[in-house]
Each structure stands twice: as C-alpha cells, then as structure tokens.
Design a protein around this ligand. Structure first.
Ligand code: NAG
Length: 207
C-alpha cells in the first residue's frame, strides 16, 4: 500500500471511531463489552469471576477466573480483579453471612450487647441500655435498644411497681376487692357476736 493511501485509510478509521464514540453506539450485545482497541466485543465474566485474560490479537477469546477466597464480584463485569470482602469489627460486630465469590460478608452489631438503629452508628455500634431496677420488656437486639418497664412512681423509690402499667392496676383492683370482702366478713362476725352478748334472750328463743 502506498504511504498516501495508508494515511487516508488511517484518517477514515479515526473518523469512523469518532462517529461511533460520538453516538455512543456499540455493536456489542447485552452481556458483552467492547474492546475499543480491537473494535471487537467480548463476553463479560459472570458474577463470582474476574477477567484473567483480555482478548487481544493472540487471544481471540477472553478468559475468566473464579474470585480468590476473601474476594467477590456481585455482578457480571469486565474487571480484572475481584473486590476484597468487608471485615466485621472485632470489638462490636459479628458475621451474619460469610463472604462468598458472589456476595460480600454481612456484619451486624453483636447481639445482646450492641445495637445500631440509625445512620449515626456506622463507625461503631451503641451499647445496649441496662434496666437498672426495672424489668426488661424487650431485650436488646442488633437493630433495637433494650426496652425497660416504666415505673409508675419513679420518684417514690422502693415502692414502685416494676410490672407493666395495666398489670399494676389490675393487681391493685384485685387487692382492693379482697380487702373489702375480708373487712365485710369480719364486720359481720363481730356485729353478730356483740348482738348476742347484749341481748342473750332474743325473741323466739326458749324461756
Ligand atoms: C429486633 O427487634 C425488633 C423489635 O422487636 C424487630 O423488629 C427486629 O426485626 C429485630 N432485629 C433483629 C436483627 O432481630
């Protein structure tokens, strides 16, 4: 080929490439990516794999290799490596789901001691509240703090009812009724006793 013809061809190719880039068109199918330097398409590596060999003049077909242990790729890609899995914090986190080639390791706050219920605890979990001298209504879990029973008279000190409010009221009513019944019976017995003493000859009794 003449040098001049070669130059013209190069310019034409360059123009064609620019048109393709400008329109954003690729000739590749879904699930493929374009190897720009070769103007060819290559299949994406599936989730859990990375591209170990890109296609080039020597390798007409690219190669995929499984993510190495401790790394993952969640989606098909043309990346040449997998992503290192997250580490759960030793101090306040535990593993929910282990790392796999297609998914990252999932961590949560250590159940029973720590929790995280907002965006404020991404760096470290909050410590679970302790119910000092009231009962636990709902134990702490990874996403919710402990719920303690509310005392009816927190300022009255030792005499506070630590049970749920409705139960305290129910107990108070039952105790109240029991006291009234016992007092009524006692009153009836005492009244009868004194009446007999003051008035031994009751009408209708033998003379
Ligand atoms: C924590 O407890 C709350 C309420 O009891 C519940 O909705 C939530 O799913 C629990 N979270 C976990 C991680 O068990």
């Amino acid at each position: 080929m003449e040098p001049r013809a070669r130059a013209v061809l190069a310019v034409l190719l360059l123009l064609a490439a620019q048109v393709t880039m400008a329109t954003g068109e690729t000739r590749c199918n879904p699930g493929e990516y374009e190897v720009t330097s070769l103007r060819r398409c290559s299949k994406l590596c599936p989730a859990g794999y990375y591209v170990s060999k890109y296609i080039d003049r020597d390798h007409s077909v690219g190669e995929c290799r499984k993510c190495e242990s401790g790394t993952f790729r969640a989606h098909p890609s043309e990346e040449s490596s997998c992503v290192p899995c997250s580490q759960c914090r030793e101090a306040d986190q535990e593993v929910v789901t282990e790392c796999s080639p297609t998914s990252d390791r999932l961590c949560q706050c250590k159940q029973g001691n720590f929790y995280c219920d907002s965006m404020d605890c991404t760096e470290s979990c909050f410590r679970c509240k302790r119910c000092e001298d009231s009962t636990i209504l709902q134990p702490c879990n990874a996403t919710r703090d402990t719920v303690c029973a509310v005392k009816i008279h927190p300022e009255a000190g030792g005499s506070a009812c630590v049970l749920p409010t409705w139960l305290c009221i129910l107990l108070a009513v039952i105790v109240g009724i029991a006291v009234i019944v016992v007092l009524s019976i006692a009153a009836a017995i005492i009244t009868r006793h004194y009446r007999r003493r003051e008035n031994p000859k009751e009408p209708g009794s033998p003379v």
